[in-house]
Design a protein around this ligand. Structure first.
Ligand SMILES: *Cc1c(COP(=O)(O)O)cnc(C)c1O
Length: 378
């Protein structure tokens, strides 16, 4: 059996090698490394795929979030509501811009921001809500959009883990992750569902009046060459990365299917276990399974992880600490209680999840989880 990895990028590469190598060679031959034609083509193709009115490439997902918040013209001290259970970058950019992060708890079933907690946290200083489509499912956007409208605040979606996930509104219409709020951000970090060969990111601009501003901010605030209307940043998607992403975008549906097939196999193999709970599917979102995350008894999680490691099955904890407990966030004081987020950090355990798992590996992982979960309950 091939060794099992959390994410297998090599096998994925081998399958697209024939398309991706000529695409890379073409960029090198033209030396159009910055703002080459592949960047614009990729932006157009990703907009068509997601249904976003416009897509602007940038250097990484963290910059994408930062550019979104800069584009909203927020002032230091303005409050941005975001979940306490997420990757650090989501909350980090809020603090970096001297805005005030207001961390709220998440739904215990979907692990995404709890709209009732958001409602409770809204204050006269609230200017934006920053939901995260965690692990591959959309946050519950309908109530969040209603709240945002009622209070006149913007929504910036963190879609770094959920590109291609589809949300169903109460009237039956659907929209993709990143395309529902004022602005959306995503990441092309290699292990993301649409990963490039280095760093990359993009902004979904869902409000046409902001497209020019977003482009300017990502390019030193330039309105035309050497004319700077704003103070911006230097954040571009490299042409080489755009060329890789154009090839991989054509595979994204197949990748989502492979991830869902693996998740279904895991669900079936673990449904009768009481030591580990399988992830629940949101009633309002499709799942693109960036992560397949079990919930363990907190006291047993580390033993389960160790038992799996001994059997050649790597696992990971996303995330070991809630944002409010990070040292970097001590400056914001104790804040609100987030018991769900705090508990998830002690119970979550993610299994290997990628597009290249073979039947033998699936069999080995499921058998190992069943053995270890059983053994640790004795
Ligand atoms: C990966 C990720 C980011 C940051 O993306 P980078 O490209 O690594 O900067 C932000 N938010 C979430 C939820 C992520 O998973």
């Amino acid at each position: 059996m091939e060794p099992i990895q959390l994410v297998d990028l090599r096998r994925q590469y081998e399958r697209i090698r024939e398309d991706v190598e000529p695409a890379i060679a073409r960029v090198i031959a033209t030396t159009a490394f910055i703002k080459g034609p592949d960047v614009e083509s990729f932006e157009r193709e990703l907009a068509a795929y997601t249904g976003a009115p416009a897509v602007v490439g940038c250097a990484n997902g963290t910059d994408a979030l930062q550019i979104c918040l800069m584009a909203l013209g927020l002032e230091p001290g303005d409050e941005v509501i975001t979940p306490d259970f997420t990757y650090f970058a989501t909350a980090e950019v809020i603090a970096l811009l001297r805005l005030t992060p207001v961390l709220v708890d998440v739904d215990p079933r979907t692990f995404t921001i709890d709209p009732r907690e958001v409602e409770r946290a809204i204050s006269p200083k609230t200017r934006a809500i920053l939901p995260v489509h965690l692990y591959g499912q959309c946050a519950d956007m309908a109530p969040l959009l209603a709240l945002a409208k009622r209070h006149g605040v913007a929504i910036v979606e963190d879609a770094a883990q959920a590109i291609g996930a589809s949300y169903t509104f109460p009237d039956g219409t659907t929209k993709q992750a990143g395309t529902m709020g004022t602005l959306g951000a995503t990441s092309f970090f290699p292990s993301k569902n649409l990963g490039c060969f280095g760093d990359g990111g993009a902004i979904f601009v869902n409000d046409d009046s902001l497209t020019h501003r977003v482009r300017m901010i990502a390019n030193h605030g330039q309105s035309s060459k050497y004319v700077h209307d704003l103070v911006g940043i230097n954040s571009r998607l490299d042409t080489l990365q755009a060329a890789v992403l154009r090839v991989k975008l054509r595979q994204l549906d197949a990748y989502a299917t492979a991830r869902n097939d693996l998740a279904t196999a895991y669900d079936g193999a673990f449904s009768d276990l009481t030591d580990v709970l399988v992830p629940q599917r949101s009633a309002t979102s499709s799942h693109v399974f960036h992560q397949y995350t079990l919930l363990c008894d907190a006291k047993r999680r580390d033993a389960i992880a160790a038992g799996l490691k001994a059997r050649g099955v790597p696992t990971a904890v996303y995330y070991p600490a809630p944002i409010h407990a990070q040292k970097a966030f001590a400056q914001f004081g104790p804040g609100r209680d987030c018991p769900v987020s705090t508990e998830l950090c002690t119970r979550a355990l993610s299994l290997p999840m990628h597009t290249e798992m073979d039947a033998e590996q699936v069999e080995h992982i499921t058998r190992s989880v069943r053995e270890v979960a059983h053994a640790t309950s004795l």
